[in-house]
Write a protein that binds this ligand. Structure first.
Ligand code: NAP
Length: 382
């Protein structure tokens, strides 16, 4: 029987790769729902190709446009409520959560509560709402499969082992385009330079986060919630070749790692096909060609975002939501030329310094997220 999918963020880098997996294994998957935000042309092409029953367009302006252009059997729904509808359709088995940013939390939470398995790319869901997601998963009994390559690697390296046997998780990181740059050079980094990721082809927000290394901070928090491991037992290790996707160290000193070429279709296919592996007919890893694999510690003085993330999760409460929202605003400001590259982590730091944590509830997380964006705007306005 085919697995019915809704793909949130279908027009993005992960969304289009997920549709590649569906195309390659059309005997196993059927697309029932899609969501996009502003990329109407691509969404219309996807509707034509995959014939989803329902499509959500979260940008309300774009939604009007697509409704008039989209005839046939596909129903169009608008805004965040539309995304929630696509995430909770009766005949959907699994939701691929692949929008970018904190906006992913509400539809993902709705999908879990509606009993849908989740393939999670939207790490922000766990960063800001991890304390809500864990009990929601336990209550509904659905599976949450990580799509992030590092978490997929840990998930695969952890199978068959009890939590008590884990000593630490080792999240690998390419180090981004500025790994070898001096601090003074990084201060002057341009948008074009920050968007030039050495190994991965991704959406612009995560590419900038990889350059600041905030992405690894977000991933550390994601790993904490996914695997129930204390943040202090999650290490970050620079591995410029992006071949070892992450590792688990056990109490007997043994380390189990997952390796492969850097192509997001591999972890996506693993999440969609779980517990079975799917052949995507991709280039295979050839160690003789790869040569050496190298590792080094991250330089936290050059990349202070890593420290911000450890601080945020240690403080707990609404701190991770505030850090995430401030970072989203800071990255947006950098992309439009409103702050320098190093201004990104400085802005996040200033917003976090102003915050008094609230206890965790959905209402407080959303309030903290909105508060952090207002603080960022105020600081940027000065
Ligand atoms: N790309 C990767 O290789 C990768 C790897 C691991 C994890 N992730 C995570 O996966 C998520 C998606 O990343 P990505 O690189 O695929 O991003 P992306 O290419 O920028 O795509 C983002 C998707 O979200 C939609 N979107 C943008 N703003 C939205 C909003 N306000 N409300 C609802 N939808 C919105 C976009 O729609 P339109 O394009 O139609 O405007 C698009 O479909 C992120 O959380 C990222 O951290 C990505």
């Amino acid at each position: 029987m085919k697995k019915n999918l809704s793909i949130l963020g279908a027009t993005g880098s992960i969304g289009t790769s997920a549709l590649d997996v569906v195309k390659k294994h059309s005997d196993k998957f059927r697309v029932v729902g899609l969501s996009g935000h502003r990329n109407i042309d691509l969404l219309l092409r996807q509707i034509k190709e995959f014939h989803p029953a329902v499509v959500a367009v979260t940008d309300t302006g774009a939604c009007g446009e697509i409704t008039s252009q989209c005839g046939g059997e596909t129903r169009v729904v608008c805004g965040v409520e539309g995304a929630k509808e696509v995430a909770t359709l009766d005949d959907v088995d699994m939701v691929v959560s692949a929008v970018v940013g904190a906006v992913g939390l509400l539809p993902t939470l709705a999908a879990i509560k509606a009993g849908k398995d989740i393939a999670l790319a939207n790490k922000e869901t766990l960063v800001i709402g991890g304390a809500l997601i864990a009990p929601a998963l336990a209550e509904s009994g659905v599976a949450l499969l990580p799509v992030d390559s590092e978490h997929s690697a840990i998930f695969q390296s952890i199978r068959g082992h009890g939590k008590a046997e884990i000593r630490r998780l080792i999240l690998t990181a390419s180090g981004g385009p500025f790994r070898t740059w001096r601090r003074e050079e990084i201060e002057k980094a341009t948008l074009k330079e920050a968007l030039r990721h050495p190994n991965w082809n991704m959406g612009s927000k995560i590419t900038i986060d990889s350059a600041t290394m905030m992405n690894k901070g977000l991933e550390m928090i994601e790993a904490h919630w996914l695997f129930g491991v204390d943040p202090e037992a999650i290490d970050i290790l620079i591995h410029p070749e992006s071949i070892v996707h992450s590792m688990v160290e056990y109490i007997d000193g043994v380390i189990i790692a997952q390796l492969g070429i850097p192509d997001m279709r591999i972890p996506i296919a693993y999440a969609l096909g779980y517990p079975h592996r799917l052949d995507m007919e991709l280039k295979r890893l050839n160690f003789a060609e790869t040569g050496s694999l190298t590792f080094e510690s991250p330089d936290r003085a050059k990349f202070p975002a890593i420290t911000l993330a450890y601080e945020a999760i240690r403080e707990g409460g609404t701190f991770p939501a505030v850090m995430n929202a401030a970072n989203e605003e800071a990255v947006r400001a950098f992309m439009r030329g409103g702050v320098s590259f190093t201004g990104i982590h400085e802005l996040v730091r200033r917003v976090m310094d102003r915050h008094k944590s609230l206890t965790v509830s959905l209402e407080n997380i959303l309030e903290a997220d909105a508060w952090a964006r207002r603080q960022a705007a105020e600081i940027l306005g000065k």
